[in-house]
Design a protein around this ligand. Structure first.
Ligand code: PEP
Ligand code: MG
Length: 587
């Protein structure tokens, strides 16, 4: 099995989708169309513009064809990505800028389109948020498709492999990933891409092991080489030696054994040994994540981040478009409930259509609910769309970054206005729709008792709550050692929030990353959380430990954890307890 050309070279990049794959390489040509800029005469301008618009039409026809094929193969769930690409294709900036460049600079259409792409990339490069920065990859993929249509270059299918193989490509588009036939393609690695690129998200949703962002991997690997890829750690080994090969084979078997064991828990209740039921739900940004969420036994969506619909475009989505997107999510998740969060943008989450000014302190700036309240013309259509969705299935609505009572009252007044409009227009919605707030600002923790009287549930966003409580920028790589979920200040805050919620008879949920860490489960259970929402892949790991915990013991453990003075003390206590009580749960 091991190639004669053994050299056991190890590369490390971004683990985009967990799982280990071992097999021969198939290089898939996804090289860029080479563009040469040439001047054109004024008389040639109309023909060049026509070449560009014809290519747009051809690219659109291709995408619609792929969409139809995928609809038959996978059903409607993964089509959002193709829709996103269709939207980019029709983006007015892409369209107008390119035509304007052809007309005014008088260059060929390919070069004009490349110039527009460069402008897009410059805009995106300034964005702090990693997820948003990576959206420029989507624009690039769409532009490549248009360029191929212009020069008449066709592409071989991702499934053109003999037997089973690992695909190595410069880049794979989301459409490529969607088209992968898993009985042939057992994993992929690419030069480009990031953890939150659409292709990576889809690889996770479809459970295809993948490592991305290797930069020059296509130059270092040839057809027929043997590759090991570990999609959890981001390690790629080229032509492994016997020892490495055996080692990874064992890891692969162990990983697959664990996955199979975890999957046995999928339909078992999320219940402690003393009979306490906790709700375990998923965080979702794209509709295509729902398949994986259901596959891991998620009992609903505890956080649906709506901002994805607003990125990458000049015009904001109107009420109808939002209603259609939210309703798709609710139908896909039925009969389980969906908790929809209103727009959480501003600061470094850049939305062109909102015309936001630069800010000195974006994390403390005009973002999330503050922005929505400032722009009712954007907020109201979203509220109406969410309300209308509540007639399609079970929906709850909640608001990000609420800092105090006045703010939530202002939100409720607008929500009431939206409800009244719908009643007048005879449009149905759930009159009993529950409303909640994210608890992610220290002031909201301190007045949690007052806020609890205003809403039906709390959901703690620990990603921001830790950032604001400890004054640690969550995106600053130099501060990661100070970002401590077990900091006594964080644990005390969590206790205050749960106690305030329960004193008022409302649910305490958590949807920050802390909820998906199995090692923290005993504390969260002991503090009294009713619901945890997390990434789909964490669900069964959390459920496994939950099913081994007793709630009464967890309460004692949480009370003890609250007595320590530092995060390190809490952590070593927790590790000791977990090793002693739930030894098997941590591998
Ligand atoms: C959080 O802050 O914990 C959260 C879930 O919201 P986001 O990560 O979208 O800011
Ligand atoms: Mg947040």
């Amino acid at each position: 099995m091991v190639s004669a050309k053994t050299n056991n070279r190890e590369l490390t990049a971004i683990g985009a989708s967990p799982g280990i794959a071992i097999g021969p390489v198939r290089i898939t040509d996804r090289s860029r169309v080479a563009v040469v800029e040439t001047e054109i005469a004024p008389i040639e301008v109309p023909a060049e513009v026509a070449r560009f618009t014809n290519a747009l039409d051809a690219a659109e026809a291709e995408l619609r064809g792929i969409k139809r094929e995928l609809e038959t193969a996978h059903g409607p769930e993964h089509l959002y990505v193709i829709d996103a690409h269709l939207m980019i294709l029709r983006d007015s900036m892409l369209f107008r800028e390119t035509i304007e460049t052809i007309e005014t600079v008088r260059i060929n259409a390919e070069a004009a389109l490349k110039r527009t792409l460069l402008k897009f990339k410059e805009l995106f490069a300034e964005i702090g948020d990693e997820y948003l920065r990576e959206r420029s990859g989507d624009v690039e993929t769409v532009v490549e498709r248009v360029l191929r249509c212009m020069v008449g270059k066709s592409q071989e299918s991702v499934n053109a492999v003999e037997g089973m193989a690992i695909i190595v490509a410069h880049d794979l588009s989301p459409a490529d990933v969607l088209q992968i036939d898993k009985s042939r393609v057992i994993g992929f690695v690419t030069d480009l891409g990031g953890k939150t690129s659409h292709s990576a998200i889809l690889a996770r949703a479809l459970e295809i092991p993948a490592v991305v962002g290797l930069e020059r991997v296509t130059a270092e690997i040839s057809d027929g080489d043997v590759l090991i890829i570990d999609g959890a750690t981001g390690v790629v080994v080229i032509n492994p030696d016997q020892q490495t090969f055996q080692d990874y084979l064992r890891r692969k078997q162990r990983y697959e054994y664990l996955e199979r064991e975890l999957l046995k828990l999928k339909d078992l209740p999320a219940e402690t040994t003393d009979g306490y039921r906790m709700l375990l739900k998923g965080n979702v940004e794209f509709i295509e994540e729902i398949t994986s969420l259901k596959g891991h036994g998620g009992e609903g969506i505890g956080l649906y981040r709506t901002e994805m619909l607003f990125f990458n475009r000049q015009e904001l989505p109107d009420e109808e478009e939002q209603f259609a997107a939210y309703a798709d999510v609710v139908r896909s998740m039925a009969p389980h409930p969906v908790t929809i969060r209103t727009l959480d943008v501003g600061g470094d989450k850049f939305v062109p259509g909102l015309n936001l000014a630069d800010e000195l302190n974006p994390a403390l700036g005009l973002r999330a609910i503050r922005l929505s309240l400032r722009q009712p013309e954007t907020f109201k259509p979203q509220l109406r769309a969410i309300l209308r969705t509540s007639a399609v299935g079970k929906v709850r609505i909640f608001f990000p970054m609420v800092s105090g009572v006045a703010e939530i009252r202002a939100v409720k007044a607008l929500l009431e206005e939206a409800k009244q409009e719908l009643r007048t227009e005879g449009i149905s919605f759930d009159e009993g729709i529950e409303i909640g707030i994210m608890i992610e600002i220290p002031s909201a923790v301190i007045v949690a008792d007052l806020l609890a009287r205003e809403v039906d549930f709390f959901s703690v966003g620990t990603n921001d709550l830790i950032q604001y409580s400890l004054a640690i920028d969550r995106t600053n790589e130099h501060l990661t050692h100070l970002y401590e979920p077990l900091h006594p200040a964080v644990l005390r805050s969590l206790k205050m929030v749960v106690d305030a919620a329960h004193a008022a008879g409302i649910d305490a949920c958590m949807c920050g990353e802390m909820a998906g860490e199995p090692g923290y489960l005993p504390i969260l259970l002991g503090l009294g959380f009713d619901e945890l929402s997390m990434n789909a892949v964490s669900l069964l790991r959390v459920k496994r430990i939950l099913r081994r915990c007793s709630r009464e013991e967890a309460k004692v453990l949480a009370a003890r954890a609250l007595t320590f003075s530092t995060a390190q003390e809490v952590e070593s206590f927790l590790k000791g307890e977990i090793a002693a009580r739930y030894a098997e749960s941590f591998d």
